[in-house]
Write a protein that binds this ligand. Structure first.
Ligand SMILES: Cc1ncc(COP(=O)(O)O)c(C=O)c1O
Length: 505
């Protein structure tokens, strides 16, 4: 039976210098979709005619025509190099990787694959404690055991920054024969780590440095942005392309560098295990197109957005009660660089929470934000954002703050830092798949959690499966639930009960 590159993973190979303007996978799908092919294969909508009329309207007939399965001659089977293979190689070239995989279940799939490849049953991996929930979910799948490294925490703003090289060094020393270090940079708030120093520390300990750069798929494409993790010595990096770089939601890429510390074959096997046998051509072609756009026009599009952001920031700097959380933090512990492609506001001096201001923006102007927290709001901007759009955003914020601000400062939520120091009592897999019982939250202190609970967004778990539940964590999560934050992963969204590991009698 024929295998496709999408199933097998693409081996690295030489490219000619002038291929970045092409989009081989996208072009191959488009050629197949619109040449009047007789389609006697899945999907059953047959390129559109068999789809519900509402679906046809919502997705568009062209997109339905381009929705093709794997194993189509000339797309991902046929003479080498196949378009799929060439598309992944071009992405690898654009990101300075030796090998890149397209992912159709988000960066989530990348973290799952990394855990399966780097931290199999019982193996230890040093992981940043506020890693995205998908990292611990990956350890539930793999049976690996995390040894947590605690990131820097900004008490005032209630936000975590990155891991320092000193913290990583200590953690690698304390961990029992770790196989890898997995850190997150940049953070949701755009703060980036000192990757070069972290890579040095990891390599001195003989392990690869893997960077979850999900929030930085645009890094490296403009001089004003942080450099990519790979270019600073990391051995692998994950980019959630859909977040800021123009591909469809749920599409992402995983890249490995040229070093010897990562077994690319193990990653390919893990990705194959985690991938549907019917990967979406729409997601894949959007990755090919996003790579082309970044490689060719990324610098200019980023330049336009950065100029528009300057205009918005100048206006926001005049809004009473609002402070910009920005590059002025560079140099603080855990902040080596800053991604200007977002607006982060500290709204405490408005006397309102980030949730309240975000809610007012939605109700007044149909303006929707990425992430409100108690003290802050994060606005994500994209490529080629216009001055007019961002000027209007700044005006909307100005108006809302004028109308809703009240005297006094917003109280900070206490306690999130405590979660960073929870005790990991058993491996996440053991707790997640173990014999659970439901208890009232008040009775859960001292028990071992079977749940991963994160306030979402940003999806950073305050409690992980395998962790012993502390009273601080219970207080923190109860407070979050009371303020209206969504508790992702909690079996009881109101956080009145929780599943804990049944104790041996
Ligand atoms: C740091 C980090 N890693 C991974 C992910 C998962 O990304 P995706 O939504 O593409 O699966 C997220 C999502 O917010 C994230 O913030």
């Amino acid at each position: 039976m024929a295998t496709s590159d999408a199933e097998a993973g693409s081996a690295p190979g030489a490219l000619s210098d002038d291929e970045q303007p092409t989009a081989p996978y996208l072009d191959a799908v488009v050629a197949y979709a619109f040449r009047g092919t007789a389609r006697y294969h899945v999907p059953g909508h047959k390129g559109g005619p068999g789809a519900d009329s509402g679906v046809r309207k919502a997705i568009g007939v062209d997109a339905l025509a381009a929705d093709v399965p794997l194993l189509i001659h000339g797309i991902d089977v046929g003479p080498e190099p196949r378009p799929y293979e060439r598309a992944e190689r071009l992405a690898a070239e654009a990101y300075g990787a030796s090998r890149t995989w397209f992912l159709t279940n988000g960066a989530t799939q990348g973290n799952h694959a990394l855990c399966l490849a780097l931290a199999p049953l019982g193996a230890r991996i040093v992981v940043q404690r506020n890693a995205h929930a998908s990292v611990v979910d990956g350890l539930v799948l793999s049976g690996g055991v995390p040894h947590f490294v605690v990131p820097e925490y900004d008490e005032e703003l209630g936000i975590t920054h990155c891991v320092t090289p000193a913290a990583l060094e200590a953690s690698l020393r304390d961990a029992d024969e770790p196989r890898a270090a997995l850190i997150t940079s940049p953070t949701y708030y755009g703060m980036a780590a000192d990757i070069a120093a972290l890579a040095e520390v990891a390599h001195a300990a003989g392990v690869p440095l893997v960077v979850d750069q999900s929030w930085g798929p645009h890094f490296g494409f403009h001089a004003a942005l942080p450099a990519t993790a790979l270019s600073q010595g990391a051995d692998a990096m994950l980019t959630s392309t859909h977040k800021t770089a123009g591909s469809l939601t749920q599409s992402a890429m995983l890249h490995v560098g040229p070093g010897e510390l990562i077994d690319a074959g193990a990653i390919a096997r893990a990705i194959r295990l985690l991938r549907s046998t019917s990967t979406s051509s729409l997601l894949l072609l959007s990755l090919d197109g996003a790579r082309r756009q970044l490689a060719l026009h990324g610098e200019q599009l980023l330049h336009e957005t950065l100029e528009a952001l300057d205009v918005a920031r100048a206006k926001l700097a005049t809004v009473p009660g609002v402070a910009l959380v920005d590059g002025s933090l560079v140099g603080a512990a855990g902040v080596a660089a800053y991604d200007p492609m977002r607006i982060v506001l500290d709204v405490r001096a408005t006397g309102r929470t980030g949730y309240e201001i975000a809610d007012a923006l939605r109700r007044s102007y149909d303006t929707h934000v990425e992430l409100p927290t108690q003290a802050t709001i994060v606005f994500i901007v994209g490529l080629g954002e216009t001055v007019a759009a961002l000027r209007r955003l700044a005006g909307d914020i100005d108006e809302v703050v004028k109308r809703f601000a009240q005297p006094g400062a917003t109280a900070a939520i206490v306690g999130p830092a405590a979660a960073l120091h929870n005790e990991m009592a058993v491996a996440p897999r053991e707790a997640f798949l173990g014999d659970a019982e439901q208890v009232a939250v008040g009775d859960s202190v001292g028990r071992i959690s079977c749940e991963s609970i994160a306030s979402y967004p940003p999806g950073i778990p305050a409690l992980l499966p395998g962790e012993r539940i502390s009273s601080e964590t219970v207080d923190y999560l109860s407070e979050l639930a009371a303020t209206g934050a969504r508790l992702h992963g909690a079996s009881d969204p109101e956080f009145k009960t929780i599943n804990v590991l049944r104790e041996a009698r």
